[in-house]
Structures are given as C-alpha cells and as structure tokens.
Design a protein around this ligand. Structure first.
Ligand code: BTN
Length: 253
C-alpha cells in the first residue's frame, strides 16, 4: 500500500495496526499530537468499532477500517460527507462494482450496506481543529454468517464471489479521496455528483431522527448537505441527521 500510494495529502502519514479498539481514537490521538492533514490510521480488525448515532460497527478480520485526519477550511467542512462517500463509490467502481449513496453517506449495493462512514469533528476552545473521517468497508467476509447484519449488509467478496486484497481497496480509496480533497474548493460540482449518486433522492422515505420518525418525499439536498423532505401536507422539513428507509420507489428523480 505504501509503495503504491502516490497521493499528495491522504496517507502521507500512514499507520497500519493488526488490531485496535477503534481507529477513530488512534487517529484523534495522533492529530492531537500534531499529525498533519491526511494522516491515516488503518486496522485489520477493531474490537470497539463505532458507527453513527451511537451504534457499534462490526469489524472482523476482512474489514477495511480506516480513519483519516482532515483539516479543511471550516466553511468546507460540510463537504466531507460528500467527498468521502464519493471516494468509496469511485474506488468500488475500479472493481466494477456499481454502488449508490444512501443519505447522508452510507454506501449501498443493491439495497444492502457495504460501507459506513463516521465523521467526528474536534474543536479546541470552540474553534474548529480537525475532523476524523472513519470509513468502514466490508471487504472479505461473509455477511450472511452474522445474523445481526445478514439481512442488511453485504461485502465485496459476497458481491464479486472472490476475495480482494484489503490493501488494494485501500489504495484506490485513498487515491480517490486525495483527488476529491484537493479539489474540495470546487464545491458545486462535488455537490452535483453527490446528489446524482444518491439513491435516496426522489423517493418517499421515512427518516428516524432521534425519537421522531418523519415521512416525506426526499426532494433535494440543501447547500449544507441536509436532506429536504416534502411532507404530505405540502410543507417542507429539513433533516440534519437520521436513518433513512425508502418506502416507495419513484421515477421522477
Ligand atoms: C456507520 O455507518 O454507522 C458508520 C460506520 C463507520 C465505521 C468506521 S470503521 C473505521 C472507523 N473506526 C470506527 O470505529 N468507526 C469508523
């Protein structure tokens, strides 16, 4: 991986661990100690991988678990979900896998989740410091063997019916993320591509946000990356975070 990586920023410092609790914590510690923009921490398995909305993230051997320290200008922080999920999509495309994004940044293959992304931001005395972008991809394990995720998840080896090297997936992922990160200022075109690849838009969905479930038509993304829903009474509602379930397929995307 090190030998193949020709990126400018992402992976210029790279730590690969056999196993750890969560790569998010290791990356954060490194960043706190001054590691530069683009620092990557990977692990071949995690004992306490964590996901969005306080959930845990299953990371057995065969997983790709990577945390990347990024320090964009504060006004471009809103683009991190877009560039990270697009980087995964492009990396999977090199394996001839057509994936789609479920808002905000889950990566899905034929309706099943293959990758989750967790973005944690660090502030010091109220001032934005850095972000840790955690990317978990199910690479080489049979998701069907684990009842908790069997119905909702898939892996690259399940889809391709062969194993692929985690380091090859990582190489493509970091290369694509580096390209997108270095043109993050071009926010309009990144947003357009993100929306185009987002299967959620144009569908009638349910979003579980905290204790509340909101039903509506996923109309568009706001410039901040929030989801704008059109409710049954014709009003709109902006959703900042939540879990999406598609209720009805639609053709007017
Ligand atoms: C989600 O879909 O809920 C996000 C999952 C994010 C998992 C990745 S794996 C690498 C990094 N380390 C963690 O503990 N979590 C993220």
């Amino acid at each position: 991986l090190r030998a193949g990586l020709k990126t400018g920023i992402v992976g210029r410092e790279l730590t690969c661990l056999d196993s750890t609790t969560s790569t998010q914590d290791v990356a954060r510690e490194l960043a706190d100690k001054g590691s530069p923009d683009g620092t990557v921490v990977m692990a071949l398995s995690q004992q306490a991988g964590r996901g969005r909305l306080g959930r845990s993230w299953f990371s057995p051997e065969g997983t790709l678990a990577a945390s990347i320290v990024l320090k964009p200008p504060l006004r471009l922080l809103r683009l991190l979900p877009a560039i990270s999920s697009l980087a995964v999509l492009r990396a999977l495309k090199t394996f001839r896998i057509q994936a789609a994004i479920k808002w905000p940044n889950d990566v899905m293959i034929r309706g099943k989740k293959v990758c989750g992304i967790l973005i944690e931001n660090a502030f010091t005395a109220g001032k934005y410091d850095f972000s840790v972008v955690g990317i978990g991809i199910n690479v080489n394990f049979d998701t069907g063997r684990y009842p908790e995720i069997a119905e909702i998840a898939t892996s690259l080896s399940t889809e391709l019916k062969r194993e692929v090297l985690v380091s090859r997936v990582a190489l493509h992922l970091f290369t694509e993320l580096d390209k997108l990160y270095t043109r993050i200022h071009n926010s309009e075109s990144i947003f357009r591509e993100w929306a185009r690849q987002m299967e959620t838009l144009g569908h009638t969905i349910a979003v579980k946000s905290g204790e509340e479930t909101i039903y509506g038509m996923a109309e568009r993304l706001t410039p901040e990356g929030n989801l704008l829903l059109r409710l049954a009474d014709g009003s709109t509602r902006e959703v900042v975070a939540g879990d999406v379930t598609v209720l009805k397929e639609s053709t007017n995307k």
